[in-house]
Design a protein around this ligand. Structure first.
Ligand code: URA
Length: 427
């Protein structure tokens, strides 16, 4: 006979009680094995969303999800490890320059990434724009590449936190994605199972983010930092702005090109600023705050690490990136200062142009996306291109243009205050 039954656990949380360690261990394991049905787990997820969980419960839930699969072990690497997780935003290509940059500073970066869904892009989709590059590596290949190159960005294998895979898919269709205990345990179970010793979380706040308001973003950040710390992973979080999209591009190939600009010691200043801020946190977490990552951008060693990282996974770092067959310019409606460019509007436009997918199985266009020629605070001239839309399928322009309606503002600039990129730090 089993220790618990699903209805008892659902009722406990429905009535606002804390779940015991044994109830949590049992329900996560039984759900993963198929002994707790989807409809029962949906009811429990909704009860958690409505009634919450305390720190012990979230910690135990996370541990149970980790225990549902394998744990990676990087202890035989000759250098320390550090990883970064972003809660997702528009134009957020930071992982691409960051992983090789931190590797060039002597810290190994095991970055298990995902594909995009909805208006935020996926790191793997971006890298797959590079001809030949492959996302799937075995654990041994990953370890070898971490030793030889120092950075790997690849798809998370099925063995990592399978309970989360199943639960996340269920939450997606039952209106229970937004529960902070479930988001925090979902993200952190994968990061802890991945075996990094230091972790930096980039928790996005604003229109283009998962968390629209700062108070909830901070609660998520604090919950995840506590989970990491409890599990022995040195964890800090930065709360960063996602009202405005990052850099000047949103899409796949266009974001790779912008990342390469950053690695060549150029690129948009906000992408450079955030890449360096996150790199410094990762290096500090890994005990290497004696190295200045800005030097590694300037001396070309971060670019060398990028080239080796791409080549190690079959990609050709010198190949031309795919270009979309059609482009369409959106002109500035008047002359003045661009005072607002809305991340959600740009993200939706890029998605509708074919850079993202609506369903997990959909393909993405490598060349599709949005390029903007000004950032908030820049002067613009009436009739000159403000944004350029890229797609292989001209029929997509109309819907993309609709999503940009009301998504930017040009004024005389009076009262314009630039938004800080890094809003706060949680440790
Ligand atoms: N990303 C995850 O991996 N899990 C969540 O629950 C939300 C975002």
């Amino acid at each position: 006979m089993s220790a618990h039954d699903a209805v008892e656990v659902i009722i406990a949380k429905r009535d606002g009680h804390d779940l015991s360690d044994s109830q949590i261990d049992w329900v996560v394991d039984a759900y993963t094995r198929g002994d707790v049905a989807d409809e029962q787990m949906s009811a429990l997820a909704m009860a958690i969303l409505l009634n919450g969980m305390d720190r012990r419960e979230i910690s135990r839930w996370t541990a149970a999800m980790i225990a549902s699969g394998e744990r990676m072990d990087f202890s035989r690497l000759s250098r320390p490890t550090a990883d970064k997780h972003s809660t997702g935003g528009v134009g957020d290509k930071i992982t691409l320059p960051l992983a090789p940059l931190v590797a060039a500073c002597g810290v190994a970066v095991p970055q298990l990434s995902g594909r995009g869904l909805g208006h935020t892009g996926g790191t793997l989709d971006k890298l797959e724009a590079i001809p030949g590059w492959r996302a799937s590596l075995s654990n041994d290949e990953m370890l070898d590449q971490l030793e030889s190159v120092g950075a790997v960005i690849c798809a998370a294998g099925d063995g990592l936190a399978p309970a989360d895979k199943k639960l996340y898919a269920l939450r997606d269709v039952t209106g229970t994605v937004e529960a902070i205990p479930l988001i925090a345990s979902s993200i952190m179970s994968k990061k802890i199972a991945e075996g990094t010793s230091a972790l930096v979380l980039d928790v996005k706040v604003g229109s283009g983010a998962f968390m629209k308001d700062a108070a909830r973003a901070r609660e998520l950040a604090e919950t995840m930092v506590a989970l990491g710390t409890d599990a022995g992973v040195r964890t800090v979080a930065l709360l960063t702005d996602m009202e405005t999209p990052l850099g000047r591009t949103a899409g796949n190939g266009v974001e790779v090109a912008e990342s390469v600009d950053v690695l060549a010691d150029g690129g948009p200043s906000d992408v450079v600023e955030l890449t360096l801020a996150l790199a410094r946190e990762m290096l500090a977490g890994a005990g290497r705050d004696d190295v200045d990552p800005a030097d590694r951008l300037a001396d070309g060693s971060a670019m060398d690490a990028w080239r080796r990282m791409v080549s190690a996974q079959g990609g050709d770092p010198d190949a031309d990136l795919p270009r979309a067959r059609h482009t369409h310019d959106v002109a500035a409606p008047s002359s003045g200062v661009l005072t607002r460019l809305d991340a959600m509007a740009v993200g939706l436009a890029a998605w509708r142009l074919g850079a993202g997918r609506a369903r997990k199985e959909d393909p993405v266009q490598a060349g599709a996306g949005v390029v903007w020629h000004a950032r908030p605070g820049d002067r613009v001239t009436e009739g000159r291109p403000l944004l350029t839309l890229h797609t292989d399928d001209e029929s997509r322009f109309e819907r993309a243009l609709e999503s940009l309606e009301g998504g930017f503002e040009v004024t005389d600039g009076a009262g314009f205050e630039p938004r800080p990129l890094v809003i706060d730090r949680v440790d």
